[in-house]
Design a protein. Structure first.
Length: 497
């Protein structure tokens, strides 16, 4: 055969040769991947050791259920253990190999349900009110919310948990959250279902992963309730107990719910306050006060996005409605309330946008806030955050217009720090005049410290500003003060976090 004929024959067979080589290559790759032992997280089954949690919040805890056998392995959150005698409502989850179900649905005695959350495990702090999926029988018992909790590789034959958080309504109507961690026992044996969880034993929906911490700072540190002086703590506690007594007598009364939440908030029980305001919002759909107060406490715990959602909805609820003075839970020296419902909604919305770095949105909200300000106290508070917002936006002339309306003769009852800082921005007083010695751990110190630091930031002296911000953040008992939160945000911004 001529060279030309051989060439034509080779050309004709070329597609077949290429396909063959591709198939062989893919097969070799498949075999190689299949034989390669992947890295796995493997856990020994946790020994059963039931211990009643009572009304305590438990977790985060890592637990491994043995689901290697054909039968179900039952787990009870209230006892933190697998149980050998599953009956009635004494179990909440059951595992059989990769199948996970709850104690709820047709044929099940419990109220159980489960849903997949839209936020990471540590970010989920409150169980949703609805959306829980019970089991259903479809040839086999399954739960559609959990049946796709994993990814399976046909190449490696390995099952891996998806990065998801699930909220569980337990058999007796309480709440927990779980995150699946692994499916393997030592030796890469399938069926050891490992998960971490937080369980709330008191029946509320609070599910913080931070243990006794109320929040995590913008710099990643846990934030715990401060220690109050004994004389202050006793007064706050007595007022809380009185509010809880009123709430027990009238559990659905709007004012009773609000005051119980506010009193919890003054003792830095922010998660409990958020839970109470949420319950009130569900009961009183047209009462904007609940979203106003819940939005405030979302700011306290650094959940700015949730605060903005609540407060924006509150602005829609008050549209066209008459304003009203809000009574003070911590009265000023004259006992004269300075804020109103409309003012506080717009004020906290502007602040939430500012702390989020959304300065244009903060500007718009604070403009609405100023329109509701009825006295010099509310005017200087709004002017302060407005000035900083405008300077952030590079609107120096507009910022100076605000300062032009500020003077030392304004009638201030409680917001003297904001007035002093505005006078500092005008050049009427110096930073030394305001900061003074001592650096006491007070709300005023946090407010003044942040404002003075910002005067240096705006002047381009970030080194000096950083030193003052560090002083502010050293006063850890004031972590819920707006000046403290703003200082965190500024330090995070400076460090590129």
């Amino acid at each position: 055969m001529s060279d030309l004929g051989q060439g034509r024959r080779l050309q004709a067979n070329l597609p077949f040769i290429v396909i063959t080589l591709v198939v062989v290559g893919v097969a070799a790759t498949f075999v190689a991947v299949s034989l390669r032992r992947p890295e796995l997280d493997m856990f020994q089954p946790t020994s059963a050791g039931p211990s009643e949690a009572g009304s305590a919040m438990i977790g985060p805890v890592v637990f491994t259920a043995d689901a290697t056998k054909e039968g179900w392995s039952y787990f009870d959150f209230s006892r933190g253990s697998t149980v050998d005698d599953p009956e009635g409502t004494n179990w909440d989850l059951a595992f059989r190999r990769h199948i996970i179900i709850v104690n709820g649905g047709p044929g099940f005695p419990g109220q159980g349900g489960v849903l997949e959350a839209t936020v990471p495990f540590d970010s989920l702090t409150t169980a949703p009110a609805e959306g829980y999926v019970a089991n259903r029988v479809r040839g086999d018992t399954v739960n559609t919310a959990t049946e796709d909790w994993y990814d399976y590789s046909w190449m490696s034959h390995i099952l891996r948990p998806k990065p998801a958080t699930y909220v569980v309504r337990t058999a007796d109507g309480k709440y927990a959250k779980i995150e699946l961690v692994s499916y393997y026992c030592p030796g890469a044996i399938a069926g050891c279902v490992t998960f971490r969880y937080v369980y709330q034993g008191d029946g509320t929906k609070g599910l913080s992963s931070l243990g006794s911490a109320e929040a995590r700072s913008l710099l990643g540190e846990p934030l715990f309730p401060p220690t109050f002086p004994p004389e202050v703590a006793s007064v706050y506690q007595a007022k809380l107990e009185a509010a809880l007594s009123d709430l027990e007598a009238s559990p659905d009364d709007a004012d009773a719910i609000i005051w119980a939440g506010r009193r919890h908030g003054y003792l830095a029980h922010y998660r409990t306050a958020i839970e109470l305001f949420g319950r009130g919002a569900e009961l009183h759909l047209r009462d904007a006060r609940f979203l106003r107060h819940r939005g405030h406490r979302h700011i306290s715990v650094r959940e700015f996005d949730q605060a903005i959602v609540d407060l924006k909805e509150a602005t829609r609820m008050i549209e066209g409605q008459p304003d009203r003075v809000e009574p003070d839970g911590l009265p000023n020296a004259l006992g004269i309330p300075t804020g109103t419902l409309h003012f506080n909604i717009w004020y906290h919305l502007g602040l939430a946008h500012y702390l989020s770095g959304e300065f244009e949105l903060a500007r718009a909200a604070l403009r609405e806030c100023m329109a509701t300000a009825r006295n010099d106290d509310t005017r200087v508070a709004t002017a302060y955050w407005s000035y900083l917002t405008l300077r952030r936006l590079g609107l120096r002339d507009e910022a100076l217009e605000i300062l032009g309306r500020i003077n030392a003769d304004m009638e201030i009852i409680e917001n003297t720090s904001y007035l002093d800082l505005l006078l500092l921005f005008k050049g009427d007083v110096s930073a030394t005049d305001l900061l003074g010695p001592g650096g006491e751990s007070t709300l005023e110190a946090a407010t003044l410290g942040y404002g003075i630091a910002m005067s240096y930031v705006l002047a381009g002296d970030t080194e000096r500003a950083g030193g003052i911000l560090d002083q502010v953040l050293a006063a850890r008992d004031q972590w819920a003060a707006f000046g403290y939160i703003a200082a965190e945000a500024e330090v995070a911004r400076m460090s590129g976090m």
